[in-house]
Write a protein that binds this ligand. Structure first.
Ligand SMILES: Nc1ncnc2c1ncn2[C@@H]1O[C@H](COP(=O)(O)OP(=O)(O)OP(=O)(O)O)[C@@H](O)[C@H]1O
Length: 210
């Protein structure tokens, strides 16, 4: 999926979070969105996911040479973020069945393989509410990367993961993100080091208030 941001700007009340953002994210590339806490990384990601409307400018999505309308973009993307809650009442096996009713799985991966890959096989019948924060994070990332969609949006992908979890995440990206467009909000180079492109959101900030 190619994403084109044209003079994109987002304002909350009197504060411009970013403005005059022009960028083309080419199909199959990975982009890191960096910036200090509260600078607007998640806000930009939510705009790309069409969860937040832009205040000005536009975003164009192109997939297989077709223009994808903003109202349909949710069919083409997955998102993992601290503010996206998992349905806590589901058991792991139920959640996989539920999620993959809406998204196709990447080719050749069964639920059993997914659980193995997330190191969650022994927790198949456990409700998500009883998962540790690291288990929940592996699950969020697994749900994203095992989905057959062209756009993957990851906000702080290794939050709650230890060193081993970081390596696990990088391997998952290496195995399942090929050919997909990936956007990562992060301030930790270890989690976005493989990205070919970077937007430092503070470069698109207006210092003055309206
Ligand atoms: N719905 C909202 N209404 C008003 N202001 C908002 C809203 N969402 C975010 N903001 C403000 O926008 C700014 C950017 O927030 P955002 O969460 O995008 O930053 P961030 O770079 O992702 O931060 P962090 O690294 O801490 O996650 C903050 O000042 C925040 O308070």
């Amino acid at each position: 999926m190619e994403i084109k941001l044209d003079s994109a700007g987002k304002r909350f009340q009197y504060d411009w979070i970013f403005k005059n953002l022009n960028k083309t994210i080419s199909e199959g590339s990975a982009l890191a969105i960096t910036g200090s806490n509260g600078s607007g990384k998640s806000t930009l990601l939510k705009c790309v996911a069409a969860l937040n409307p832009l205040t000005e400018g536009k975003i164009t999505y192109t997939y297989k040479k077709q223009n994808i309308p903003e109202s349909e973009i949710f069919n083409y993307l997955v998102i993992s973020a601290p503010y996206m809650e998992l349905p806590e009442e589901f058991q792991l096996s139920e959640l996989l069945q539920f999620h993959f009713k809406f998204k196709k799985t990447v080719e050749g991966i069964s639920f059993t393989k997914m659980m193995d890959r997330m190191y969650l096989s022994t927790h198949k019948s456990k409700p998500i509410s009883q998962f540790s924060s690291g288990m929940k994070q592996r699950l969020k990332l697994g749900l994203c990367l095992f989905s057959d969609v062209p756009l993957i949006l990851l906000d702080e992908p290794t939050s709650n993961l230890d060193e081993k979890g970081l390596h696990w995440y990088l391997e998952l990206i290496g195995d399942f993100a090929k050919g997909k467009t990936v956007l990562i909000c992060s301030n930790d180079e270890r989690e976005y080091g493989f990205c070919q492109n970077k937007i430092h959101i503070e470069d698109y900030k207006l210092s003055q208030r309206l």
